[in-house]
Design a protein around this ligand. Sequence first.
Ligand code: FMN
Length: 387
Amino acid sequence: MLRFLTAGESHGPACVVIIEGIPAGLGISAGDINRDLARRRSDYGRGGRGLLEKDECEILAGARYGRTLGSPIALVVQNRDFENWQAVMRIEASDDEAEPLTRPRPGHADLAAALKYGQGDIRNVLERASARETVSRVMAGAVCRRLLGEFGIRVASHTVQIGKVKLEDTRPSFEEVAAVYERDPETRCLDPEVSRKMKTAIDEARRKGDTLGGVLEVIARGVPVGLGSVMHYDRRLDGALAGALASIPSVKAVEIGDGCALAGLTGSQTVDAITPGKAGFSRRTNHMGGIEGGISNGEDIVLRVYHKPIATLGKPARTVDLATGKSAEAITERSDICIVPRAGVVSEAMTCFVLAQALLEKFGGDNLAETRRNCKNYLKRLATKKH
Ligand SMILES: Cc1cc2nc3c(=O)[nH]c(=O)nc-3n(C[C@H](O)[C@H](O)[C@H](O)COP(=O)(O)O)c2cc1C
């Protein structure tokens, strides 16, 4: 069973991840992981931290001579900002503790988590709740992406909406989507005119001390028929993907294929008819986003991820001071204006993880050659045309 665990506080010493279940023999390098970390680090809506952090990964365990060993893989990114937070985020006991934060920010975990964990100092929960944790997810996702690559599966994303500015007619080619970061690292939008409008919207929000949300689309290409299962609710690929994507901070909705729009159409407008094709079967449409009955059907898997606007505004929100029970202004933390473009790589990471999990569930194998062999035999059976 493939799984990962993350550790790290936002202004603590490091972001850490341990991944278990990657077969032995997979080629990995810090360079592969750093490429994804760089895409997460910065975009047009970023606040100050993107400039401060380098986000370079170190592989501490699980590989030798550039190949995985089948043992747990431990990865770490040191937080440069910890330099400035040593006194506040000291791990050892201290006689000089920082003033407790007692005015929770609405829209964050501050209030609910402080109450749940019995913390009078909100810093004790907000540090972990910070989306800095997604650095660890991106590291795990990059390793899973390497595994998927061995099976011809690729995952990419692009920005389709920021605030009210939308990219219309979005059935782009996969190659265009895969190359969008190189073309436009600031918004990752395929249309330069729409990208310009997105940046204007972000500028305007920044000027007003406001923030924006938006939508991004993830596409997985090359996923073979048969990942996930119809046999039990918790083995469905759609459920696993939606859950993993909804777990990303600030995500409030996930669509699969044509998603919400399907609810307003008729069956005849939305069925993806099956026709004979090169690989035995083919579809002219993909309204279902590559998943039927909780199982991948061989088409592109298409997912849309909806992010709410960032909850930290230029002007502090109204709140209640936990220390006094009186109305007060919420604390402020350094914050981004819009995170949608760079959140794309976080969604890609979670998608890569779920697909890698489903792939290993289907094909098994403690060694990459064994997993490959199992996959090849299965695909050979599918290619016989008579089932
Ligand atoms: C990559 C990324 C960066 C984020 N940066 C910020 C930020 O700078 N300021 C902020 O208020 N929220 C930020 N968020 C969103 C918050 O982490 C999130 O809204 C908060 O933890 C509450 O969780 P919820 O929105 O899922 O309920 C970011 C989210 C992501 C995915």
